[in-house]
Design a protein around this ligand. Structure first.
Ligand code: 4NP
Length: 164
């Protein structure tokens, strides 16, 4: 975090999945939790969005809220659809799976500002690229998602604080 002054703008981080009610709200909540624990709340702006619009305006899925609650993590999000402008206003956009990544690549303007990549590019456990969609599965899927998201967000935060 060298070179940070009170005028340095916050780093803007956006997590993206399909519906914005399961995976990306968990990633948003976990990343915010880690940022606050590290005393860096004023250094980051954090949000989440979905590539689809079916759940716009909804609070996170009850199963996502339950796993977050068990870990002492709040989920502040209300679902919204990702926009082309998001990809020019956020610094880092983290996709939950390759399908989300493809869709973001499709909507991004040429030369878009954001660095767009898979969240699990930061996961030290290399057993796949995707945070699997837990929507149609049972609650154990949400525990797996939580673990992947937590590992990845910890490394992401360490990387973002080491490079600025
Ligand atoms: P998410 O999960 O992308 O992690 O929020 C889903 C939520 C809803 C749907 C699919 C995935 N859906 O088809 O409605």
């Amino acid at each position: 975090m060298d070179g940070i002054t009170p005028d340095t703008p916050p780093t803007r981080v956006l997590f993206v999945c399909l519906g914005n009610i399961c995976r990306s709200p968990l990633a948003e909540g976990v990343f915010l939790h880690l940022v606050r624990e590290a005393g860096l709340a004023d250094r980051f702006e954090v949000d989440s969005a979905g590539t689809g619009d079916w759940h716009v305006g909804e609070r996170p899925d009850a199963r996502a809220a339950a796993v977050a609650h068990r870990h002492g993590v709040e989920l502040p999000s209300r679902a919204r659809q990702v926009t082309r402008d998001d990809l020019d206003t956020f610094d880092h956009v983290l996709a939950m799976d390759r399908e989300n990544l493809r869709e973001l690549g499709r909507i991004a303007r040429p030369g878009a500002r954001a660095e767009i990549r898979l969240l699990r590019a930061h996961d030290p456990v290399r057993d796949g690229d995707d945070v699997p969609d837990p929507y149609y599965g049972g609650p154990s899927g949400f525990d797996l998602v939580y673990e992947m998201v937590h590992r990845s967000c910890s490394v992401l935060l360490a990387e973002l604080t080491a490079t600025r």
